[in-house]
Design a protein around this ligand. Structure first.
Ligand code: HEM
Length: 409
């Protein structure tokens, strides 16, 4: 069944086949099944765990075109808009969804994004740089005191981005241990789903409290700034939603880049040496790690608002459209020899931070964290190596990474 242009359901003679494609990754590259789709049909229909099937885009050109065209591909849908209905909204965020840029279209999206953008400018980031360097150095000291071997994921990759978000949001120092413990548990695979719902509620309650305190006494942080400059334009629910979005979008992503990126460098000693010894190589290395690792498997699914031709198929109004960034970032159409990890290659317009109006708001911050944290680690521990060649990939996570990374020095 499909929606016709008049908005009624009509039967269709030739529904495109729905094919099961495993998106499970192990290793640095895309899931093998997704790679096979990219090198074959390019676009297929896949089942989704929440209801109707979705188109899966895998080629760089198709993904870029889709993400760039918000007049056809909408983020502002609800489960009621899906043909055949849905069991739940896959874009899980706590609260009522207020403040979630990823479920908004223009003009609402522009309105909120415009208020947040000044907090992520290069100038603002420069102001955060000394504090990020301090956080990184503190964790290097802790690692040194802990001694070798150590787990780089729990002791370096996870806490640094979490503390940077505390800094950004203005989480008081006294609350940070608890805040970190909660976000750590939320990412812990051994914590049950029921307990995670509870943790989600606790996080929501904390953010609510944080926003209320900031309303009484706005600080020099993102929430304080939003209150000072845009008080009359923002509801409390929106502010709480924004704080949650920044935490959810900015923590696991950056953490997984730090963990997986360190492993990638350890497996390429020449390039590791360049990152350690040549500061000029670092920005290029971070971009190549973003392309080659693509820790975000897929962003928010879009909904087609009218029939459209893409990648050789007709996507119909009401169809869900998802995309695979690891496959798109290793598309031979994007760079030469895409499987090769090469930090010296010319900058490629990779999609690791997305594209178009929903391009990662936190990209300048994430880039700065990575540009500080990789070389600092390699300089402090010049003999850093794996304690165990066997690697614990988190292949079943929405955000790809490592469960742990035992290292010695
Ligand atoms: C959006 C990746 C770090 C905040 C996105 C998107 C991607 C992405 C792919 C687009 C999703 C889509 O179009 O469906 C990453 C990666 C990161 C990272 C790989 C780390 C290396 C951060 C940080 C923050 C952040 C540190 C903030 C503290 C956001 C927000 C959006 C977003 C708010 C939604 C923007 C919008 O809809 O307008 N990110 N991100 N991200 N990211 Fe990031």
């Amino acid at each position: 069944m499909r929606l016709n242009q008049g908005g009624t359901l009509v039967p269709e003679a030739t529904e495109p086949a729905v094919i099961e494609v495993s998106r499970r990754r192990s290793g640095f590259g895309p899931a093998p099944d997704v790679e096979a789709v990219r090198d074959g049909a390019g676009i297929v229909r896949v089942p989704t765990p929440f209801g109707p099937p979705a188109w899966l885009l895998t080629r760089h050109e198709d993904v870029r075109r889709m993400l760039g065209d918000t007049t056809v591909f909408s983020n502002g849908w609800t489960t009621a808009d899906l043909v055949g209905g849905a069991t739940r909204d896959p874009r899980h965020l706590s609260g009522d969804g207020s403040g979630n840029l990823l479920s908004m279209d223009p003009p609402e999206h522009n309105r909120l994004r415009r208020m947040l953008t000044p907090e992520f400018t290069v100038r603002r980031m420069r102001r955060m740089e000394p504090r990020i360097t301090e956080i990184v150095d503190e964790h290097l000291d802790l690692l040194e005191r802990h001694g070798s071997p150590a787990d780089l994921v729990s002791q370096y990759a996870l806490p640094i981005p979490s503390l940077v978000i505390c800094e950004l949001l203005g989480v008081p120092v006294a609350d940070r241990d608890e805040f970190q413990e909660r976000t750590r548990e939320q990412l812990d695979l051994t914590v049950s789903d029921d307990d995670k719902v509870e943790l989600g509620r606790a996080a929501q309650a904390y953010m609510t409290d944080l926003v209320e305190r900031a309303r009484r006494d706005p600080g020099d942080d993102l929430i304080g700034m939003m209150i000072r400059e845009h008080d009359d334009e923002l509801t409390n629910a929106e502010l709480i939603g924004v704080a949650n979005l920044l935490l959810v979008a900015g923590h696991e992503t950056t953490s997984n880049m730090l963990g997986l990126g360190t492993l990638a460098l350890l497996r390429h000693p020449d390039q590791l040496a360049a990152v350690r010894d040549d500061p000029e190589s670092v920005p290029g290395a971070v971009e190549e790690l973003m392309r080659w690792l693509s820790v975000v498997n897929s962003g928010s699914p879009r909904l087609a608002t009218r029939d459209v031709e893409l990648g050789g198929v007709t996507i119909r109004r009401g169809d869900l459209v998802s995309f695979n960034l690891p496959a798109a970032n290793r598309d031979p159409g994007l760079v030469e020899d895409p499987e090769r990890f090469d930090i010296a290659r010319p900058a490629a317009p990779h999609l690791g931070f997305g594209h178009g109006i929903h391009h990662c708001l936190g990209a300048p911050l994430a880039r700065m964290e990575m540009r500080i944290a990789f070389p600092a680690l390699l300089r402090r521990f010049p003999t850093l190596r794996l304690a165990d060649e066997e690697v614990a990939w988190a292949g079943d996570h929405a955000i790809y990474g490592l469960k742990e990374l035992p290292v010695t020095w």
